[in-house]
Design a protein around this ligand. Sequence first.
Ligand SMILES: [Zn+2]
Length: 387
Amino acid sequence: MWFFRSPDIVFGPESLDYLVEIPAKRALIVTDAALEKLGLVGLVTRKLEAAGVEYHVFAEVTTEPTLELALKGAEIARAVKPDLIIGLGGGSAMDTAKTVRVLYERPDLPVDGISPLEPLNLSQDVRLITIPTTSGTGADVGWGVVLTEKATHRKLVLGSPEGLADFAIVDPVFTMGLPAAITRDTGMDVLAHSIECFVGGWRNDFTDGLMIKSTELVFQYLARAVHNPDDAEAREHMHNAATIAGLGLGNAQIGICHSMAHSLGGMFHAPHGRLIGICLPYTLEYAANTVPENLAVLARYLGFSTDPGKEGAYALIKALRKLQAETGHPSSLKAVGIDEGEFGRDLPVVIENAFQDACTITSPRIPEPEEFNELFWCTYHGKSVTF
Ligand SMILES: [Zn+2]
């Protein structure tokens, strides 16, 4: 038995107008200070004002949100008493908002007690809206959240299907004019979600078609969005691609490209999408060397090759490298300035964390620690994976 879960998705230009239609008295907006400064929070508050909804803005979300931050947000929610909680931003803001919504109604729960195994029995009186402002994480349509424990710097993966947003509003207006580096990094994340979900151990009939489409959209529109930040058509399709790929993330799971990037991110603090983009071709080569079939199927759908085996899989990897070159994405860990001595010293911990990462078990081919060691070194030096 399996489930396919999704919020109601309102998408396309002017989909933010839908906010006015949602009956509410008081809203709590969970976001970060930069978005407030950029005026993007204003786009939302103006709609709320037009609808006569009171609001409070909690703009304290950081790039690595902590359990403590979510607790503070819940406390504010209990003071404000919103019937609408809006997560506005990237994955960090939306994950924090999802947690705030649960803790607001369930103050008895410890933050790390939010799990799929714990029935939440949330009331229907509070609605959660997610509004992504980058085209990347897909956190708008997933129920999982990643929060950091302040004292230990440990990243905890939490969440419950009951904490899924009621509506995801996917309006490209928030991404217009985003800088090239953010567009490229987040776009690589979308591509990794799409491909890893399509070839992973938990792929299923309900997500496969979606992943083909989101992969195709990235190949069609990412370079345009990177090179022309105001290309409205490219922005709209990339924004849709991120949410479509997010449905894969929530309903089929990802693989070792994410295990490696999570682990590297914990140690070297580079943006998630940048590390993802660097690891992706190497982890796909690793899969292609023994289980190329699903990659070849994807390559066939996208018109890169008709070969059903390794040649087909490699055609997809070649297209990925071409897209990375076109968009100026770095091709190795060395290229982003990670010191070789430091890398070698920290590698045993990085390998251990990657090996333990939840995304490793759902990979099409699971590396032993020695293979992880080789994979990390190939990714460091930009050397093809031949094993
Ligand atoms: Zn990701």
